[in-house]
Design a protein around this ligand. Structure first.
Ligand SMILES: *Cc1c(COP(=O)(O)O)cnc(C)c1O
Length: 372
């Protein structure tokens, strides 16, 4: 069968045929047609967070992590001090890359089944005035927890600290309004909630901050100030651009607007997430998170207690039925994850739940109930 499986993963994810077809062209990186496409995408991405006038969008080649690394290297001065609020795997990655880049880094640990705390941030900032920046993961994709962006941004604003937000798995779906949430940088990528293909990230940066960032980056390729200055001057990317990825993203953001923008995307993903939680609970599965912490992006489920359960066999059985699940990312307990994002609706989610049910039957697993 040449039909693609549905990707119930946090990116790469299922894209529309229209988005895929947009890649069947060759673009010259120098050519005005491609430069216009870059400008179109940058403007659209900025409008999604209402950053016109105050912020700019700087795109960067590579996967999402490349842009996180570039944002930290560009925005945090070499003698800066970044506090990373850690409640999961992607927070740890942010802390690690900031450390590797030689920035003074402090990491605060929170439980993986809880949101990070604005009160604790307040106390930390009071106790250590040397902190210049705060790093936050908006939706911690390792578990699916939604962190309180507005409350964290308010604390940072009160203390005059820069805020860097990894909004990779939330951008475009969960509301982020630059007029109300004060941030220095918000980072996202082509292949997540915008439903493009993977291969480029982008950073929404406060213009007044970016203007002062020349020379901060110790890396040439990751220097967003340099990328920005060159792009403003020439309309071009500094080094070979991911032309097909950008063309696909341009087509994806057109569909995003046609479908009703951020509110419509959130509504569809919320419906997907509800259908998933309902269907899986009927099979006995239990989500890892309390409902009030769950972002409608990706759901972590406990592994079934039945000894015949084995993730690899379960994964293969679901794959044979046309659905790709995602492994868990928790170190202490066995889990797996199911993404709610991508060009899918409740219809595909209900089919996925049916595939899970028949996969369990094939494995001889009576139901999805965890040990607990
Ligand atoms: C996907 C994701 C990233 C980037 O991961 P890559 O594998 O580099 O694309 C970063 N942070 C979060 C929260 C993510 O969900």
């Amino acid at each position: 069968m040449d039909r693609d499986a549905f990707l119930l993963t946090p990116g790469p994810l299922t894209t529309t045929l229209r988005t895929k077809l947009a890649m069947l062209r060759d673009w010259g990186s120098w050519d005005s047609d491609f430069n216009n496409l870059t400008a179109f995408v940058r403007e659209h991405l900025l409008a999604i967070v209402h950053g016109q006038g105050s912020h700019v969008v700087v795109p960067l080649q590579g996967s999402g992590t490349f842009s996180v690394e570039a944002a930290v290297a560009t925005v945090v001065p070499r003698d800066g001090h970044i506090l990373v609020l850690d409640n999961g795997a992607y927070c740890k990655r942010l802390g690690k890359l900031a450390t590797l880049m030689g920035r003074r880094t402090t990491i605060t640990s929170h439980a993986e089944d809880a949101a990070v705390s604005a009160d604790e941030l307040e106390a930390r900032l009071r106790a250590d005035p040397s902190i210049t920046h705060v790093g936050l993961i908006h939706c911690e994709t390792g578990t699916g927890v939604l962190n309180p962006l507005q409350a964290i941004a308010d604390v940072c604003e009160r203390h005059g600290k820069g805020l860097i937000v990894d909004a990779m798995s939330s951008f475009g779906a969960l509301p982020i309004d630059a007029r109300r949430v004060k941030f220095d940088a918000v980072i996202a990528a082509s292949g997540k909630c915008l439903e493009g293909v993977p291969g480029m990230g982008f950073v929404v940066i406060r213009r007044a901050v970016l203007d002062g960032c020349a020379g901060n980056s110790q890396s040439l390729a990751m220097d967003l100030h340099d990328q920005y200055v060159y792009m403003e001057k020439t309309g071009q990317w500094r080094f070979t651009p991911p032309t097909h990825v950008l063309a696909a993203l341009a087509e994806a953001v057109k569909q995003y607007d046609e479908q009703g923008g951020q509110p419509a995307r959130l509504a569809r993903y919320t419906d997907n997430c509800q259908a998933l939680l309902t269907g899986m609970s009927e099979l006995g599965f239990q989500p890892f998170l309390r409902p009030e912490l769950q972002a409608p992006i990706i759901v972590t489920f406990h592994a079934p207690a039945d000894p015949r359960y084995d993730f690899r066999a379960f994964y293969q059985a679901a794959k044979a039925r046309g659905f790709l699940l995602y492994p868990g990312k928790l170190t202490q307990i066995e889990t797996f994850r199911v993404g709610c994002i991508g060009a899918i609706t409740r219809r595909e989610i209900e089919q996925a739940v049916f595939a899970v049910a028949t996969s369990l039957r094939e494995l001889g697993v009576s139901n999805g109930a965890p040990a607990l």
